[in-house]
Design a protein around this ligand. Structure first.
Ligand code: SF4
Length: 416
């Protein structure tokens, strides 16, 4: 969105911070590790004011929304901190800083955004905010309640993206399965996906962050019967112990979680299931952790990420007295990741000999390998298929490849 505004106002966009006169950092304030990463990036970029061409440093996003005053005091190198509340007058604030006359009307229009995820893949945001109020999460306080975009606006944006050459659309929101509840009185993600499938030019459609309690039979059927929709369900579960799920204010319990997973796997046998878990939530005992561990061992998710619980200011969970020691959290995280590593290896080895259609995301640094991705992987989070580069394949092209080996969480393939 922000890049789109700059482009519209005849600024040149560069990817190398050394070359930039204005550096903008979009921050995340969701969990401790993201906050730390954002602060490190701001400090790193601040160096370019001394060593590079940078005249203005701007920081925006969730971290700024939460800690603007503290950041203003502690990082004076930043010329402008923009909280989410100020996005309405985003361009006004930026142009005042850089003292440039601009005619552009300030806009939060999605249509003018620049795709920062490459020429083939684009993210399509269908709602802002969240009303689920999980007790560990600060997002509802930062982003406000769930607000769906109108379906017609989303479809116009998707058509525009397809016309610009986008082939893979990744539908996102904090919880995509609640899409439409606030404006249409019922969840309509299934309907939206069916309509997106009708857009010419789009080849793959995915949706992320599907909350288990809102995955309907209709949604599973829409995925099953539409070839364009990748057989990939990303379902952040966070835990499996009923006691912890309740404390987290999650709407599903262990029984309903198992039911929905069984149902999806039964209806879509080649489905890829991805989830995320939190370890060390306040009050998590060895027994609770063991329940979680056993569940992961039983279900064998194709993809799984784990976070250590981080105490977020102002959230109900931060006030629970039984906080878990950081060493225990780390031990539990390591234990799950060791297990997942074994599961992933077995799952990936099962793919050897199979042929998959894959999109070329790019090439290895030495240009020896094509880096591709099949329906089984989302960009930046999951694995890559490395294929010997024959010099004839272009970025963004769809190819067919045969899996011949496994390397950690990645696959090795050959062109067919
Ligand atoms: S669903 Fe829960 S974890 Fe996800 S954004 Fe909403 S409140 Fe946060």
């Amino acid at each position: 969105m922000c890049i789109g505004l700059f482009k519209k106002n005849k600024f040149e966009i560069v990817n190398d911070p050394k070359q930039a006169e204005i550096i903008i950092i979009n921050t995340c304030g969701f969990i401790e590790s993201a906050k730390q990463e954002a602060i490190n990036t701001i400090l790193e970029m601040a160096q370019f004011k001394k060593q590079g061409k940078c005249k203005y440093l701007i920081a925006m996003g969730c971290l700024v929304q939460r800690y603007k005053k503290e950041l203003e005091k502690s990082i004076p190198e930043v010329d402008l901190f923009l909280s989410i509340d100020e996005y309405e007058n985003l361009w006004g604030k930026i142009s005042k800083l850089i003292n440039k006359e601009v005619k552009s009307k300030n806009t939060l229009e999605y249509l003018d955004r620049i795709i920062s995820s490459g020429d083939t893949t684009a993210y399509l945001k269908i709602a802002e905010g969240c009303s689920n109020n999980c007790t560990y999460c600060a997002i509802p306080y930062i982003r406000g309640p769930y607000v769906s975009r109108k379906m017609e606006d989303i479809l116009i944006e998707a058509e525009k993206l397809a016309k610009s050459g986008i082939k893979e659309l990744i539908v996102i929101a904090q919880d995509t399965t609640k899409y439409g509840v606030d404006i249409y009185g019922k969840p309509v993600l299934a309907e939206l996906l069916e309509k997106l499938c009708k857009i010419d030019g789009l080849k793959w459609i995915r949706f992320l962050y599907a909350y288990p309690e809102s995955i309907t039979d209709e949604l599973i059927d829409v995925v099953r019967r539409n070839d364009k929709i990748c057989n990939y369900f990303d379902i952040p579960l966070q835990h499996f112990s009923d006691k912890i799920l309740k404390r987290m204010n999650r709407k599903s319990d262990s029984k309903s979680i198992k039911n929905i997973i069984e149902k999806i796997r039964k209806k879509i046998p080649d489905v890829i299931l991805r989830t995320t878990m939190i370890v060390g939530f306040p009050g998590e005992t060895e027994e609770d952790f063991f329940e979680l561990y056993e569940f992961i061992n039983e279900i064998k998710f194709e993809k799984l990420g784990v976070f250590k619980y981080s105490k977020e200011d102002g959230t109900p969970a931060s006030r629970i007295p039984q906080q878990v020691h950081y060493k225990t959290k780390q031990k539990r995280l390591d234990k799950i990741m060791t297990l997942q590593n074994q599961i992933s290896k077995i799952k990936l080895e099962e793919k050897i000999g199979n042929i998959y259609e894959a999109v070329v995301d790019g090439f290895s640094d030495d240009n020896k390998f094509i880096c591709a991705r099949s329906y089984m992987d989302i960009p930046n989070e999951d694995g890559t298929i490395f294929i010997k580069n024959n010099g004839k394949v272009k970025q963004g092209e769809f190819i067919n490849c045969k899996i011949i080996n496994v390397r950690n969480y990645d696959l090795i393939g050959e062109l067919v």
